[in-house]
Design a protein around this ligand. Structure first.
Ligand code: NAP
Length: 287
């Protein structure tokens, strides 16, 4: 059984990015917007900040209070959209229910939408137009690439149907000529589908939803889920699958670090695109 080491791979990709960025004169800037005081978000934002520091990318944090007016946040995003120094903008989710999440996200200019969540970015993805792909699906595709996991003609079963993870993954897997099945909370008898999977991707957020009785021998499993219990992190997949599957992403240390690495990659790609760069030498001309 092979552990798909997202932590190690993300470190390698961050090193490569750092080297690439070193040859550019300007430093890319990522702007992160938070609203309220979500404890998990604090950890995620801190991880993103640390990752930016590791590669030498600038990180700006704009904090809003739960009592703030939506217009105030929208106004800030519009300013950031116009600011040529800002290359990527993300809204850290979840945000308090009183806010219109979609309205706020869709204020982000698609050229700076490094989470790939605006309707414009997702429409482009759906239509095979070059765009910024959401970081988690992009990170999973990088794992497939690095470990030479060929998706062509494989049956990929995805559990979950979110815009953040599962729907973009569905598109990406189709692009690689997989046959893709998507399951969700209303799917009857999940195991009928999971047992057919050559590659099983679970993005639900329910501790140990999948166990060894639900997967076929030799299956490759990507565990996206994160649940917190007594300050520990658990995935959606019970570690007992190790006796059955051929490859598995651990939690923590699998998909999570890849997501952060892809956020940096998206920000750098956005920066290059905004500056019209096709080659390193061209960006070095920029003042
Ligand atoms: P989400 O929007 O909450 O979606 C969860 C999905 O799971 C929904 O489509 C839901 O179905 C489905 N679901 C819920 N209970 C189910 C069940 N018993 N059987 C089958 N499907 C079920 O979540 P998300 O944003 O996609 O994230 C999913 C998980 O991944 C969360 O734990 C999140 O924390 C984690 N995550 C991890 C990373 C990372 O970097 N590792 C990144 C993003 C997210 P319905 O649509 O029918 O409700």
């Amino acid at each position: 059984m092979i552990i798909l080491d997202g932590k190690g791979l993300s470190a390698k990709l961050k090193d490569e990015l750092k080297c690439e960025m070193n040859s550019y004169k300007k430093t890319p800037i990522l702007a992160v917007i938070t609203i309220g005081n979500n404890d998990a978000s604090k950890i995620y934002v801190n991880n993103k900040k640390k990752a930016c520091e590791e590669v030498g990318m600038s990180f700006l944090h704009f904090r809003f209070k739960e009592e703030d007016k939506e217009e105030k946040i929208i106004k800030k995003i519009k300013e950031l959209n116009k600011d040529e120094n800002i290359n990527g903008i993300i809204l850290q989710l979840p945000i308090p229910d009183k806010f219109d999440k979609y309205k706020i996200i869709n204020t982000i200019d698609s050229s700076k939408d490094v989470d790939g969540l605006t309707i414009e970015s997702q429409g482009k993805l759906f239509n095979n137009v070059d765009t910024l792909i959401p970081c988690t699906p992009k990170g999973i595709m990088e794992i497939f690439k690095y470990y030479k996991i060929d998706l062509e003609s494989k049956h990929v079963v995805i559990i979950g149907r979110s815009n953040l993870v599962s729907k973009p993954l569905y598109i990406e897997c189709l692009k690689k000529n997989a046959t893709v099945t998507v399951c969700h909370s209303k799917t009857k008898d999940l195991s009928i589908y999971t047992k057919q999977a050559d590659i099983l991707i679970v993005a639900v957020g329910k501790k140990y939803l999948i166990d060894k009785t639900m997967v076929k021998k030799g299956c490759i499993i990507i565990d996206v889920g994160i649940s917190r219990e007594d300050k520990k992190i658990y995935g959606d997949v019970n570690p007992n699958v190790e006796s059955v599957c051929s490859m598995l992403t651990p939690v923590p240390g699998g998909v999570g670090p890849m997501t952060v690495a892809m956020l940096l990659r998206n920000t750098f790609d956005a920066y290059k695109k905004q500056n019209g760069v096709v080659s390193i030498s061209e960006l070095n001309v920029i003042k």
